[in-house]
Design a protein around this ligand. Sequence first.
Ligand SMILES: NC(=O)c1ccc[n+]([C@@H]2O[C@H](COP(=O)([O-])OP(=O)(O)OC[C@H]3O[C@@H](n4cnc5c(N)ncnc54)[C@H](OP(=O)(O)O)[C@@H]3O)[C@@H](O)[C@H]2O)c1
Length: 246
Amino acid sequence: MELGLSGKRALVTGASAGLGAAIAEALAQEGVRLAVMARREVPLQGFVARHGAAAIMCDIADPDALDRGADAAAAALGGIDILVNAAGAAGPIGLGGDDAVWARDFALNFTAPRRLAERLLPAMRSRGWGRVISLTGNNETHGLNTAGAAKAALTFWSKGAASEVASDGVTVNAIAPGRLWSEQIRNRIHPDEAERARFIADNIPLGRFGDPEELAAVAVFLASERASYVTGTTITVDGGMARAVR
Ligand SMILES: NC(=O)c1ccc[n+]([C@@H]2O[C@H](COP(=O)([O-])OP(=O)(O)OC[C@H]3O[C@@H](n4cnc5c(N)ncnc54)[C@H](OP(=O)(O)O)[C@@H]3O)[C@@H](O)[C@H]2O)c1
């Protein structure tokens, strides 16, 4: 299938690790020119060495740094056709959790992707083509999680924004990951092998965590010309976990 992606220009946040890194690689393989954004320079420079991209080091939770990063990415590529909001982090928290923690986690998981999209959307609309794809999360959460609430807000923002820009050839969608191998899954969320095996047996019909490339394929499709009639929706990539949640 011809995806119509060659020569398009994409900004991928969270591209130093995990799902964002896999999406950036998959887009590069389709001939997309990339700006990759994260705080850590070394992995971004590795990507630049492989694909000749623009590396933008920035803490996206800082609005001024984010605006400067967005402008630098657009200047480096001559414009951005595709935005992939992949940066984020889970934030388990209890009732009565600190307001400062809620504010910090909303800044990362909701305000940053919304603000970045709203900065890049006007140029996409005036060119008559654009894609915004945001990674959200499992919508069937058990415990309290700051990121879960922020991602729910991002899901609703995506739906609303999709209808605002639909007539200009721009689509806005979300991908809801279940459990895919990444730094945070390996090191923070499921570090223990026995717990991991129990979690998989209880929750994931496909019987394993996903590979980042399995989600990246969905992101590439949503970014492509072939997804022109898909907007305002969420595609879940979770090995069947949403249906199996107890
Ligand atoms: N993997 C899963 O199964 C899963 C499940 C549910 C939701 N998600 C969502 O999918 C997205 C990717 O997750 P992942 O599992 O691939 O995570 P990961 O391996 O921890 O990678 C997170 C990425 O976000 C970047 N990032 C974090 N905080 C940042 C900040 N303040 N400023 C700039 N960049 C920042 C990190 O780069 P630096 O550290 O270099 O800044 C890194 O590139 C996240 O939004 C996450 O919430 C993933």
